[in-house]
Design a protein around this ligand. Structure first.
Ligand code: ZN
Length: 391
C-alpha cells in the first residue's frame, strides 16, 4: 500500500495514478475495509478504480499473481489426475547494455510464438504428448542491461522421463534460437539459454511451481540495494524500492523505462487447451477490481474523500495500528465526515471469534464517539441499523 501511494507521486501511467484513489463513480467515495492476516490486520480501500497492471502496480500485481497461481495449480492438478506430467522450461536470450528493453521484449514475444506454432510444434505435440502450456515473461536488470526471459510450464499427457523432457526442450530451443537470430539476437543453449526441469506432480510441488510462474514479477527478488546492484540482477520492483529509498536518477530512469515498455503487454499467456483446463476466464482488470475478503468499517463520502485522498495511506496505517477507533479519531481530527458500517454488516460472514473481537472494538468505538459528543448522525445510523438487523 505504502509503495503504491509513493508511486502515485511520479508514475507516468495515468491509470496507476488513479489506482486506489479515484472513486468509480462521480458521486461515490471510498470504503475502508480490514482483513485479518497472519501478519495482523491489513487495511485497504474498496469502491475505487484499480489500474490492473501486473507489471508496475505493487497492489494489482499481487492480486493478479495470486489469482493466476490458483489457475495454474488448477490446470496442473487436472493434468496430474489424468496421469500426466509437466516440465518447467526456461528460455533466455543474450543481451548487453546496448540493447533496448522494447526491442528485446518484441524479439522474445516473436520467438515464443515461433516455439509454439508451425509444423515443428505440431510434430512435437504428437511426439511428446503435449497437453498445453502456460508461460510468463520475467524481466530483470543488471550489469549487462535488461535481461528478458520466458518461464513456461509444458504439460504432457503421460509420465515422461527427464531425458524426453530435455529432448523436447532442445527442439523448442532450436525454434527459439532461429527466430531470435532472424531479429539480430542470439541464444546459446549450453550457456544458460535453455533450462528444463521435471515438475513433481504432487500437491505441494504443483503449488510451488504455480506460485513461481505466476508471482515471479510481483516479488522483490534481490536481497538488498547494494548487493543487488553490485552482484546480481534486480527485479523491477526492487529497482522501484531502491528508487524510492535513494532517489537515484539512474534507478528512476530505469523504472520509467520499465513502466512504459511493459505497459499493455500480456504477462501470463496460455495455450487454449491448458487455459480451458484451468478455467481461466478473468482478465487482469477483472481480478484487480475484485473486492476480496475483509470487512467494511468506514464509508467516506466524496466530499471527504477529495480532501483526504492524498493522505489516505496515513489513515490506513492508523486503522492497522489502532483499529477502527483510531481511524475514527483520524477522520474527526481533520473534520472529515464519514459513516460507520453497522455491526450487523461487519459480522456478516465472519467467524464467531472474529465477531467477538469486532464487538469489543465496537464498544470502544462507541465510547470514543459518545465521549467526543460528535457524529450524532453516524451514531443514529448505527442504532437504526442495529435495530433492523436480525441476529
Ligand atoms: Zn493498480
Amino acid at each position: 500500500m505504502a509503495w503504491r501511494s509513493r508511486l502515485w507521486e511520479f508514475t507516468g501511467l495515468k491509470r496507476l495514478r488513479n489506482c486506489g484513489r479515484v472513486a468509480h463513480t462521480s458521486s461515490g467515495g471510498a470504503i475502508v475495509r480490514v482483513s485479518q492476516t497472519a501478519d495482523g490486520p491489513r487495511a485497504g480501500l474498496s469502491g475505487l478504480q484499480s489500474c490492473g497492471s501486473p507489471w508496475s502496480c505493487p497492489v494489482c500485481a499481487r492480486k493478479i499473481g495470486a489469482e493466476r497461481s490458483a489457475e495454474v495449480a488448477r490446470a496442473l492438478t487436472r493434468v496430474a489426475a489424468d496421469g500426466g506430467s509437466a516440465a518447467l522450461v526456461t528460455l533466455t536470450m543474450r543481451h548487453d547494455r546496448g540493447h533496448r528493453l522494447a526491442d528485446l521484449w518484441d524479439a522474445l514475444s516473436a520467438a515464443w510464438t515461433a516455439v509454439t506454432s508451425g509444423s515443428g510444434w505440431t510434430r512435437d505435440q504428437k511426439t511428446f504428448g503435449v497437453v498445453g502450456w502456460v508461460r510468463t515473461v520475467e524481466v530483470t536488470h543488471g550489469a549487462k542491461g535488461w535481461h528478458v526471459h520466458v518461464h513456461s510450464v509444458v504439460a504432457l499427457d503421460g509420465p515422461t522421463s527427464p531425458e524426453m523432457m530435455w529432448a523436447m526442450g532442445d527442439r523448442m530451443f532450436a525454434r527459439w534460437e532461429r527466430s531470435l537470430s532472424g531479429k539480430g539476437f542470439s541464444a546459446v543453449a549450453d550457456k544458460g539459454g535453455l533450462d528444463v526441469r521435471p515438475v513433481r506432480m504432487t500437491g505441494e510441488s504443483i503449488e510451488q511451481v504455480s506460485d513461481y510462474i505466476s508471482k515471479i514479477t510481483a516479488e522483490i527478488t534481490s536481497p538488498s540495494t547494494k548487493d543487488g546492484r553490485k552482484t546480481g540482477n534486480r527485479s523491477p520492483f526492487a529497482i522501484l524500492r531502491d528508487a524510492l529509498a535513494t532517489g537515484l536518477a539512474d534507478d528512476l530512469d530505469l523504472w520509467f523505462t520499465w513502466e512504459q515498455v511493459s505497459h499493455g503487454r500480456r504477462q501470463l499467456t496460455w495455450s487454449r487447451s491448458l487455459r480451458a483446463l484451468a478455467g481461466a476466464e478473468k482478465s487482469d482488470d477483472d481480478i484487480a477490481s475484485e473486492d476480496k475478503g475483509g470487512d467494511d468499517l468506514l464509508t467516506i463520502p466524496r466530499e471527504s474523500w477529495e480532501r483526504m485522498r492524498h493522505d489516505v495511506a496515513d489513515l490506513l496505517d492508523a486503522v492497522e495500528i489502532g483499529g477502527v477507533e483510531q481511524g475514527v479519531r483520524w477522520m474527526r481530527s481533520r473534520g472529515l465526515g464519514f459513516r460507520l458500517v453497522s455491526r450487523g454488516d461487519v459480522q456478516a460472514g465472519v467467524e464467531y471469534a472474529v465477531g467477538t473481537v469486532a464487538a469489543a472494538a465496537f464498544a470502544a468505538l462507541l465510547y470514543a464517539i459518545v465521549s467526543g459528543g460528535d457524529v450524532l448522525a453516524a451514531l443514529t445510523g448505527i442504532v437504526q441499523r442495529a435495530l433492523s438487523t436480525t441476529l
